[in-house]
Design a protein around this ligand. Sequence first.
Ligand SMILES: *Cc1c(COP(=O)(O)O)cnc(C)c1O
Length: 352
Amino acid sequence: MSKFLGKRAKQEPYVYGEQPKDKKYIKINTNENPYGPSPKALKLLNESNWGILSLYSDPTSKEITEAISDFYNVSPNKVYVGNSSDEVLSFSWLAFFDKGDTIVYPDITYSFYTVFSKLYDITENIVSLNEDFSMNLDGMSEVEAKGIVITNPNAPTGIALSLDEIECFLKRNSNKLVIVDEAYIDFGSESAVNLIDKYDNLLVVQTFSKSRSLAGLRVGFALGNEELINGLKVIKDQFNPYTLDAISNLVGAEAVKDKEYFDITRNKIIETREWFKKELYKIGYEGTDSKANFLFVKHPKISGKFIFEELRNRGILVRYFGKNRIEEYLRISIGTQEEMEKVLKEMKEIAK
Ligand SMILES: *Cc1c(COP(=O)(O)O)cnc(C)c1O
């Protein structure tokens, strides 16, 4: 190891789901969306000549910011758009937490949070989910902290909190910043976006990677009151003023405007999820009530690792975490109906 590395370069980074090239898999391991981006967005991408790429991109990302502002009916100064929600979350750690501050999140949640806390030297306080994987809202509220992160629906459990539960939580923790990561909100649960004017401690973070099928474009955004949003802008302008490239700004805006395609595709995923869940339960699998574009399931008699490996041998890639409390579980992203029929067939064989 080079003697020139600083401590941050020796820390443990986020472990991403594999993107193998050895053969063609049914790839349902990273919660990508099988339906592809909005055709209107792709048309713009294909038919523009992109001569503007010789110029720096717009540091205010005007087009996409306005499209999101129209979509949610909030003013543009309450919208911050960044190069993925991972980046928006990372900037949130920088904007709202100083060394010595404490940030709270569950033991089983998006594994990037702990990476950010270590990178920026923010103290984490981990509150275990309840036995049934529901969020321990009382436990999290009782910790003295600067802020709390809630993933809603949670990942990888898929369990969602109701808007009432979120609102009570915001009231109860009015002196803490509550970041609600809504990466999977469009698959059947209710966004807290409409609460941003009422609660100055709420920051909602979303991504284009799942429900908009644009994981490769790298676009994420935050919604919150103007002061919080300005905090994120100040961080961006100390880091890289042009986080969003010119293509993402315009193509992303076009995708947001295509509400019809968005609704059709997310509803297809919801339908397939509910069908797949019902069929899996019939053959002995069990799991959580997921409101995301994945299921979180196990088999009471077969180990999670075995099912994962068997599926991999059969050309189906799912996510296996092998972590404490969830060793037996698999996270299975919802592909097309046709893909999930093939997956069901193999999972049936494995359960025999
Ligand atoms: C996928 C995911 C993200 C990251 O989304 P990107 O915009 O692709 O970086 C953030 N939070 C959660 C909970 C996710 O599952």
